[in-house]
Design a protein around this ligand. Structure first.
Ligand SMILES: Nc1ncnc2c1ncn2[C@@H]1O[C@H](COP(=O)(O)OP(=O)(O)O)[C@@H](O)[C@H]1O
Ligand SMILES: [Mg+2]
Length: 320
């Protein structure tokens, strides 16, 4: 089975201030998505570099080091039309996805015209109607609506319909449910599963919420301060986590036992923001300050990936 998407040592550096302080928002990330419909979750807390990684895949940012291949080709060697036909984004804020001055349907029509290449207006609407009905909308009902007449969940479904219009192979969804009411979230997540199964579309599903990741994903990568510290089949990673950070995350999933929960809260509160900044510029493992198992080498050298139990992990514990 071939690879659909491959990230090789992808790094993105941001510079701050006139002294040019540099930090790696995404640091040496290598990942691979097989060419078969699947949901690949990228999980990590806020600020861990998830959106930057999504933007690298979507060609918003160019990597400073490393490269990204789609079907074996560097994404920068692919023509715009082919690229956006194949890889479509869904953003966190559904209101920001649509211009408030225009009816959302207009964006769908433009997508069909510019990327799919249909010119005739009636044909365009016939094409859109099918996709809209797939996500549960009647074109005659939504065509005249303005952005503010949709709920957040409905607008996100419009964004999904728009993404589907080009018949993409991959949808990159950056925290697509985090701004929605809880009651809409499960609908959207179920819709992704259905699209994967029925249309054969793969997803990069970005989230800070491991509970939905548990439910939705085939593969998962855990990010911490810009680096992917563990990745693999999600049932493996989530049931037999290897990296100490992954273990902490899984322990922190909502657990019924209040005594355990309290312990977790205490652990989490114990860390300060200043540690976070320092972690981004560490030479060694980013997790070293928090890790109960850390030893000297962890401070100075970032461990390479090692495959254990089918998962890829970056932790010196597994080199002993
Ligand atoms: N365009 C940018 N310029 C400078 N720094 C940025 C930019 N975008 C993100 N960052 C910084 O990079 C880090 C990772 O951000 P981001 O990728 O948005 O993380 P996440 O999506 O996981 O919350 C953060 O410290 C953020 O402040
Ligand atoms: Mg983000």
């Amino acid at each position: 089975m071939g690879e659909m998407l491959r990230l090789e040592n992808v790094t993105k550096i941001f510079r701050y201030g006139f002294l040019g302080f540099k930090f790696r928002a995404v640091d040496d990330v290598s990942l691979s998505l097989e060419d078969k419909p699947s949901i690949f979750t990228i999980a990590g807390e806020s600020g861990s570099g998830k959106t930057t990684l999504a933007r690298l895949i979507l060609r918003v940012f160019r990597p400073d080091f490393g490269r990204i291949l789609f079907n074996g080709r560097n994404i920068y060697e692919i023509g715009d039309r082919t690229f956006y036909r194949n890889i479509q984004p869904i953003f966190q804020d559904p209101y920001a996805s649509f211009n408030p001055m225009q009816k959302p349907i207009r964006y769908l029509r433009e997508t069909v015209k510019n990327i799919v290449g249909i010119e005739d207006e009636r044909e365009i609407d016939e094409y859109i109607a099918k996709t809209l009905s797939y996500v549960g909308f009647d074109i005659s009902v939504v065509a005249d609506k303005h952005q503010h007449e949709f709920s957040g969940g409905e607008l996100q479904r419009m964004a999904i319909a728009r993404a589907l219009l080009t018949k993409p192979k991959l949808i990159v969804a950056d925290e697509p449910v985090s701004m929605l009411d809880a009651s809409f979230r499960i609908n959207i997540v179920n819709l992704f599963k259905k699209i994967k199964e029925e249309m054969g579309v793969s997803f990069i599903y970005i989230t800070h919420d491991l509970a939905t990741a548990y439910y939705i994903s085939d593969y998962i990568a855990i990010m911490y301060r810009g680096s992917v510290i563990e990745s693999g089949r999600s049932e493996k990673v989530l049931s037999e986590p290897l990296h100490p950070y992954t273990k902490t995350l899984i322990e922190s999933l909502p657990i019924p036992d209040p005594k355990q929960k309290k312990l977790w809260m205490q652990k989490k509160m114990a860390f300060t923001a200043s540690i976070e900044e320092a972690e981004f510029i560490l030479k060694g493992c980013r997790y070293v300050y928090r890790c109960p198992y850390a030893f000297d080498k962890c401070k100075t050298v970032m461990p390479p990936y090692i495959t254990i139990n089918e998962s890829n992990v970056r932790c010196w514990l597994y080199y002993k």
